[in-house]
Design a protein around this ligand. Structure first.
Ligand SMILES: [Zn+2]
Length: 121
């Protein structure tokens, strides 16, 4: 029953994603980053919903916890940030920036996307 709820919520999120994509004029689903976000949301939703009924059973039967946790682990891991050496991420808007693009003599660096100060690295 939990799985049916999870599937329904994931379907709703898929529709929401499509609506947002249409609103923003995305083509082909908006590329790899929004797709990864959608997959991460689906994974988190699935784990959050299917987990809810489980703790009672797990407390009764500790062996079940060992067998059921490996299946849930890959879904709960967020995708690693795809940063290359020399690249950094703006703490405010998570836009990537490269230290080579900035003047190391400047007293402060600003994000080119959100204009917030970013760490000099
Ligand atoms: Zn920024």
């Amino acid at each position: 029953m939990r799985k049916a709820v999870a599937i329904a919520v994931c379907a709703a999120e898929g529709v929401l994603y499509a609506v947002i994509g249409a609103f923003l004029g995305w083509k082909n689903g908006g590329g790899i980053i929004p797709m990864m976000i959608l997959l991460a949301v689906w994974g988190a939703t699935w784990v959050a919903i299917t987990k809810k009924g489980a703790p009672k059973d797990l407390a009764k039967n500790p062996d079940e916890k060992v067998t059921s946790s490996p299946a849930q682990k890959p879904q709960s891991l967020p995708p690693p940030p795809p940063l290359r050496p020399g690249e950094h991420m703006c703490p405010a808007c998570h836009a990537k920036y490269k230290s080579v693009d900035y003047n190391s003599d400047a007293p402060l660096w600003y994000c080119s996307v959100c204009k917030q100060p970013v760490p000099k690295e």
